[in-house]
Write a protein that binds this ligand. Sequence first.
Ligand code: NAD
Ligand code: UDP
Length: 329
Amino acid sequence: MTKRVLITGAAGFLGSHLSDRFIKEGFEVIGMDNFITGDEKNISHLASNPNFQFIEHDVTEFVKIDGNLDYILHFASPASPIDYLKIPIQTLKVGSLGTHNLLGLAKAKNARLLIASTSEVYGDPLVHPQSEDYYGNVNAIGPRGVYDEAKRFQESITMAYHRFHGLDTRIVRIFNTYGPRMRLNDGRVIPAFMGQALRGEDITVFGDGSQTRSFCYVDDQVDGIYRLLMSDYAYPVNIGNPHEISIKDFAEEIIKLTGTSQKIIYKPLPVDDPMQRQPNIDLAKKLLGWEPKVDRAEGMKITFDYFKSLSQDELFKSEHKDFEKHIKR
Ligand code: NAD
Ligand code: UDP
């Protein structure tokens, strides 16, 4: 019997790559999305695939699926700091009400549910690198709190369903992941720098650029998530690439990679921007036999080739996504 998987956030960056992977593995995939930060074109190549079905739906409303379900991957949520600053209530709702709906669906269908958590549950970490047993340093009432606390609640309610109802659950803590199909103007650092290089604009480094991140290529991330789903481990697992770099050094790397001659300009550091971030992936290595394979130079080249292939219209569509038309009031 073909296994059926529901992927929420399927029209987004990670959701669309996950859809591809599950199709490749022989699953029947039901993609669900309300397009608030995603794009139909991310899944247009799957439209005629008989194993792919798409449902346009906001998961903060009751989620109804006909027939059986074996797995649910809950990836719907704004993920870029600029996105969740612009739609804070939707961000809180999709992590809380949306997760509650999907837990209820998983219970009704006796399906295994994997939720997309994040390195942001560690906040601006005081422990470095971050391992799963670190409780984090999050400002609940700061501007990033809407995302961080929604994700912390998501982990909490997922563990409650696991303990109280015996639901089969998995939690992945995703660290900065990049690759083709990121939205060029979502404000995250990689599309931001690559878009600026392609438009001939200065590269905007926030703060003095000494803050660090560790970037994971999307194929590695998807493979880690796939292995975690198929494992029998219900507690959170970090998936990310431990190769850490400061944002200033990264800006210089992008200038070299793109062969452009932009200068770096400095802008104020956003409130509560974490100063350092690097996953400890010992658990993923031990439990899943997983570690990243694609190094930054290779992954960035593939990603830059993707952004280069976009039309001039898309490249110069500098205004941020129009969220209004996706918001039900
Ligand atoms: P994305 O914005 O590209 O994708 C998110 C998708 O969810 C979009 O298609 C959006 O339209 C959809 N969505 C949002 N709210 C919805 C709702 N109420 N109902 C239905 N669909 C909704 O972001 P992404 O980078 O692909 O992130 C996917 C998931 O992974 C998110 O949960 C995010 O928190 C998590 N994550 C991503 C990263 C990363 O580096 N990419 C890091 C940590 C966690
Ligand atoms: N950043 C930057 N310039 C930009 C966009 C982002 O210097 O144009 C910085 C940002 O302040 C943060 C890092 O790059 O320190 C990563 O930001 P991103 O939005 O990608 O995600 P975060 O890891 O903060 O969630």
